[in-house]
Design a protein around this ligand. Structure first.
Ligand SMILES: [Fe+2]
Length: 290
């Protein structure tokens, strides 16, 4: 046996095991369907939220939740991995007409496609690559803006209060705190000199292994905002644990690994399947297909 052959720390995950969904309200489920299902090529969850009051959109093992309401816009960018960027832009081109008059737009920028949803949410789409492990369809990160100088405090918040490893550094696009989530996901807080838009109540949802430790630490600081159920609590304020200063607001729906929804299999379709060119047995999305 050769000891120390591998850097075992590379596989350390920390307390946040999975980032599961981003929740933004949408005012019009018809336009949301055109954008998310037809344009982006994702799959409406067939089992839960199947009416017009909400839509869950499956993206690999992650989701967007889209309750009907006053539109919300995430401050920042949601990273997405899609199997084929060329097929994505073909689909987006095809929904230009039905989405005319909304904020829908897309742009090819180097090896990514930046997409704006009909209400202004920004998505950055990537082809599968080693940087995202074996993710072929999914949501690898959510990136938020923070004021210059605040990234280090955000990293301290996640390390100290949430038990999640976080690093701060310049990744070529500026200084950012990167919080490790599971194997290949992350939460990114990028420093900016631009003014931060007001927070409108959108949220992110995650699963954590040590469910009670962060709860206890946040409760002591008065930072638990909701005791939703046996398996879920929420926090909204990210503060510097050193001085309590508020750095950013984003509601975290925090779930335990005993939550009945944990590791729920999500149905994903093959968006290339068409009636005129139908291929038997190819309805379901299969990773590495083609
Ligand atoms: Fe949620």
């Amino acid at each position: 046996m050769t000891p120390n052959r591998y850097d075992r720390r590379r596989q350390d995950v920390g307390n946040i095991v999975a980032l599961e969904h981003v929740n933004v309200w949408v005012p019009d489920q018809r336009l949301a369907t055109i954008f998310w299902i037809m344009g982006m090529g994702f799959t409406r969850d067939p089992y839960l939220m199947v009416g017009i009051e909400n839509m869950w959109v499956n993206i690999g093992q992650q989701q967007f939740h889209l309750p009907t309401g006053t539109p919300q816009v995430l401050r920042g960018t949601v990273g997405l991995v899609v199997p084929d960027l060329g097929e994505l832009t073909e689909r987006l081109e095809a929904v230009r007409g039905p989405l005319a008059g909304t904020r829908f737009a897309y742009e090819v920028e180097g090896k990514t496609v930046t997409v704006t949803c009909p209400w202004g949410n920004r998505l950055r789409c990537y082809a599968p690559s080693p940087e995202f492990g074996d993710m072929v369809l999914g949501l690898p990160y959510v990136e938020f803006p923070v004021a210059t100088g605040d990234a280090a405090g955000v990293a301290r918040f996640y390390e100290t209060l949430m038990g999640a490893p976080a690093t701060v550094g310049d990744d070529g696009a500026g200084v950012a705190a990167r919080v490790r989530v599971g194997g290949v996901q992350s939460l990114v807080f990028r420093e900016t000199t631009q003014p931060l838009p007001a927070y409108d109540g959108h949220h992110i949802a995650m699963y954590i292994a040590d469910f009670s430790g962060p709860y206890r630490r946040l409760l002591e600081r008065g930072l638990i905002t909701r005791d939703t159920s046996e398996y879920e609590w929420r926090l909204q304020s990210i503060v510097d644990p050193d001085d309590g200063r508020l750095l950013f607001e984003i509601e975290h729906e925090v779930r335990s690994l005993t939550n009945p929804l944990y590791l729920r299999p999500l149905v994903n379709r093959n968006p290339a399947q068409r009636q005129p060119t139908y291929q038997r047995g190819r309805d379901a999305f299969v990773p590495r297909m083609g």
